[in-house]
Design a protein around this ligand. Structure first.
Ligand SMILES: CN1c2c(nc(N)[nH]c2=O)NC[C@@H]1CNc1ccc(C(=O)N[C@@H](CCC(=O)N[C@@H](CCC(=O)N[C@@H](CCC(=O)O)C(=O)O)C(=O)O)C(=O)O)cc1
Ligand SMILES: N[C@@H](CCS)C(=O)O
Ligand SMILES: [Zn+2]
Length: 795
């Protein structure tokens, strides 16, 4: 195979040139969250599908122009990777894998309009949406396709083909991006009713013809290269073993490359982001794909290769993911050039790229004028990363000397960062170095239980919520006005206190037992703390898509972390002053603060986690001193940071659990420590959850109908536990009967003296109407359950 050096339209069998610089994907939400606003207007019925399409087309056009201006100029350098909601959902819709319950939304030609697509993503009434889960080890969530033995695959959407045609018409030959067939099936779940032992990957041979047909359509629309994302090939933690995934990749890519490049298909770039290709490397190297994108931030340049694998790679373009697509630190261009050189020795051609799609980072630093100039100079958001790959592409073509100034500037920024004030704070390092095992140990569990029962005097099956109450438009408006200086701090704080009072009164009226203050004052459960801790900076506009239209602004954790002053005590004490019932102090745990921030890459994660642990430990002490008897430390991201390789799990769990314990182990025996976990399946980390040594753990469970309880029981978990009885991800109000059923299930595996009753997660995304109705049913169902236990029922 020869890779042509020019960029003529391909003729059968000749491989079009691959650009020397590219990225694997770009943020879709828009620099001003234009897509979020357009989607939410459409969902609210304020705009039409045509208006939503127009906003999307504008965004795509702006992105193409921006990427070209930043230096992605070669044919196929610009990825066509737009999505209205999620790329995995798009793949499902493209191959016609829409679950049966949505069949009435599908047109006779198999297509789904934007309203139908939105319903599959978000549900409607009794129609449950596709399940949402974490995308690899990131804070992005994808929708899980449901594939059964009878799912009828067909090419059912021409959206991607139209996107290619739109781009070609605008003068840019793009590289369309699709989730690859192996990853698509490996991330799918078996549709309800599938027989035991069935796996969606069993359907690979039925799915491949649809990919073949799609490739042909993309070629006809003008695509010369297509990118098939296969991150499933870099991990050994999926349901399917890595050897089976490698075998599936061999089969799949034999079929997809059976036709020569040209009219029947574009050349194929198989992208393997988020980790290192290990078990699958031979399969990929020996496959017929024309290019492979390797993540050289998480992995390294392949070495120790057999002759056969070496020969396979030597026939391909190797795309070196040397610019971190997943974090925001400016690249070390000198080191990147070296890695690309090493790759050049292996492949038929080499290109510079981001390690992953850039949709994990914000659009641009241009919008962050407020950031300290030093910190800014250490950062690269999406646009700045595109400029970095463009520089590296020039180095590949013209030699390093041609980009000497850029390489030097990057090295100088790195050197300045290493010695900048606040990056290393001796007092913080001395404190973490002095931590002993005893600092991570609380007293005996039984003694704690007795002291807490005596202090709290709670009824059987205590009811509580997870922390946040609805973040109303008024709360957000007040915060936005305060940030702009249009609302004075006193007035803002008074508005938040009024909100806290309303939430406390509501909980008392509903009859909940352990109250929360509602978190009205928090813009986000991580950013709130980042704004108050030293070592962090926050962005004004650094939005990153978390799922669908929902975004977060991950904070920048750049230096040693310490707590200049109490962060939550004023709000918690105010809430406690309003009620005789215990009000929980509410903190976000060290692991979650790390997982949902952009974390410095110059220090071991364990050190960062312990710094956070110590800051939170001081906060717990201050909450206790203010009379708070229950403190909840949320760790919804404990599972999320679990490495994609099993060999790294024990080390990760040791430091992550250690940092949580450091945060909480200073609490007195009579202080009840809660933790809360959600957004993941926790089966794999049950041992670690137990090791957190919290007195009470609330955990997402409603959607899986309490599945996690069996896992906890099997692991001998014998602490207080609140399996969620209300799936808060949809506006549906669960009836008291439904909640009673879930409670009965829970009582089948949890000792009644240990069972708590609570929703799955916080209520910040819900409205008040459904919140009040659901909590009323929750309290009612609890009263009934108490009666069946013969426990005294509080008035
Ligand atoms: C629990 N989750 C979280 C994750 N990561 C976090 N960092 N935080 C999380 O809570 N990861 C896992 C999950 C992901 N789930 C979600 C769920 C919900 C959202 C969400 O609702 N995001 C909001 C933005 C939240 C926020 O930052 N609010 C700010 C700013 C609000 C805002 O947009 N203001 C307007 C002006 C006000 C107005 O007029 O309405 C503006 O700035 O333009 C705040 O409250 O102050 C979202 O809208 O997407 C995210 C992840
Ligand atoms: N305390 C937080 C946890 C979310 S995971 C909340 O209630 O929103
Ligand atoms: Zn939660």
């Amino acid at each position: 195979m020869t890779i042509s050096q020019g960029t003529p339209a391909p003729t059968a069998g000749t491989i079009p040139a691959f650009p020397t610089a590219t990225i694997l994907g770009y943020p879709r939400i828009g620099p001003r969250r234009e897509l979020k606003r357009a989607l939410e207007s459409f969902w609210a019925g304020r705009t039409t599908a045509a208006e939503l399409e127009a906003v999307a087309a504008d965004l795509r056009a702006t992105t193409r122009a921006r990427l070209g201006a930043l230096g992605l100029t070669g044919n196929s350098a610009v990825p066509a990777a737009f999505s209205f909601y999620d790329q995995v959902l798009d793949a499902a819709v493209t191959v016609g894998a829409v679950p049966e319950r949505f069949a009435h939304l599908v047109a006779s030609d198999g297509t789904l309009d934007l309203a139908g697509y939105s319903t599959v993503a978000r549900g409607a009434g009794a129609l449950a949406p596709l399940e949402m889960t974490k995308w690899f080890d990131t804070n992005y969530h994808y929708l899980v396709p449901e594939i059964g033995p009878a799912t009828a695959f067909r090419l059912a959407s021409d959206r991607l083909v139209a996107e290619v045609a739109e781009s070609v018409a605008s003068g840019v030959v793009p590289r369309p991006v699709v989730v690859g067939p192996v990853t698509f099936l490996a991330l799918s779940k078996a549709a309800d009713g599938a027989p035991d032992g069935y796996e969606p990957l069993d359907r690979l041979d039925d799915l491949l013809p649809v990919y073949v047909a799609l490739l042909e359509r993309l070629a006809a629309a003008g695509a010369q290269w297509v990118q098939l994302d296969e991150p499933a090939l870099v991990t050994d933690t999926l349901r399917t073993a890595p050897d089976a995934l490698a075998a599936a990749a061999s089969r799949a890519y034999a079929v997809l490359t059976a036709a020569p490049v040209g009219a029947q298909r574009p050349a194929i770039l198989l992208a393997a982001p988020y980790g290192e290709l290990r078990e699958s490397l031979p399969a990929v190297a020996l496959s017929g794909v024309e290019a492979v994108a390797l993540d050289l931030v998480e992995g390294s340049v392949p070495s120790g290769l057999t002759d056969e694998v070496r020969a396979g790679l030597a026939a391909k373009v190797l795309v070196g993911g040397v610019v971190d697509g997943h974090n925001v630190w400016r690249a070390d261009l000198a080191a990147a050039v070296e890695r690309l050189d090493a790759l050049r020795a292996l492949g038929a051609g080499v290109a510079a790229s981001s390690s992953t799609s850039l949709f994990h980072v914000p659009h641009t630093l241009d919008d962050e004028g407020h950031l300290d100039a030093g910190l800014r100079s250490w950062l690269a958001f999406a646009d700045e990363k595109v400029a970095e790959v463009a520089v590296l592409g020039r180095a590949l073509v013209s030699g390093t000397d041609a980009v000497a100034a850029e390489v030097e500037a990057a090295s100088a920024a790195l050197a300045a960062r290493a010695v900048a004030v606040g990056v290393r704070v001796d007092a913080v390092r001395e404190r973490t170095a002095a931590v002993t095992d005893a600092d991570r140990r609380r007293g005996d569990v039984a003694e704690r239980r007795e002291a807490q029962a005596e202090r709290l005097r709670l009824p059987a099956l205590p009811t509580t919520t997870i922390g946040s109450f609805p973040q109303t438009v008024e709360i957000r408006k007040a915060r936005a006005a305060h940030a702009k200086g249009e609302l004075a701090t006193d007035a803002y704080e008074a508005a938040m206190r009024a909100e806290i009072e309303r939430v406390v009164r509501l909980q008392e009226e509903l009859g909940l037992d352990v109250l929360v203050h509602g978190e009205a004052e928090r813009n986000d459960m991580v950013q709130y703390f980042a704004e108050l801790l030293d070592g962090f900076a926050v962005t004004e506009n650094g939005w990153v898509q978390s799922y669908g239209s929902r975004c977060t602004r991950p904070s920048l954790l750049w230096g040693d972390v310490s707590r200049p002053a109490p962060m939550t005590v004023g709000w918690a004490s105010y809430a406690q002053s309003l009620s005789d019932k215990p009000v929980k102090g509410m903190l976000t745990g060290p692991v979650t603060i790390m997982a949902w921030s952009f974390v410095r890459d110059d220090v071991a994660k364990q050190e960062v986690a312990d710094q956070l642990g110590l800051a939170l430990r001081d906060e717990v002490a201050d909450l206790e001193a203010a009379g708070i008897a229950v403190v909840q430390v949320d760790e919804p991201a404990l599972r999320e940071l679990l490495p994609l390789r099993r060999e790294a799990h024990a080390d990760y769990l040791a430091w992550s659990v250690g940092s949580f314990r450091l945060a909480t182990a200073g609490a007195a025996p009579s202080t009840q420590v809660h933790t809360h976990l959600c957004y993941s399946e926790f089966g794999e980390v049950i041992g670690a959850i137990d090791a957190l040594d919290a007195d009470v753990t609330s955990i997402e469970a409603a959607r899986s109908r309490m599945e996690v309880l069996g896992e906890l029981e099997a692991a001998g978990f014998s602490r207080g536990v609140g399996p969620g009885v209300w799936d808060i991800h949809s506006p549906r109000v669960p009836s008291a009967e439904e909640i009673s059923e879930l409670l009965a299930l829970a009582l089948g595996s949890v000792d009644p003296s240990l069972l708590w009753v609570n929703p799955d997660c916080g209520l910040k995304t819900r409205g008040y109407a459904e919140t009040e109705a659901s909590l009323r049913n929750l309290v009612e169902a609890t009263r009934e359950a108490r009666a069946t236990l013969g426990a005294p029922v509080p008035a």
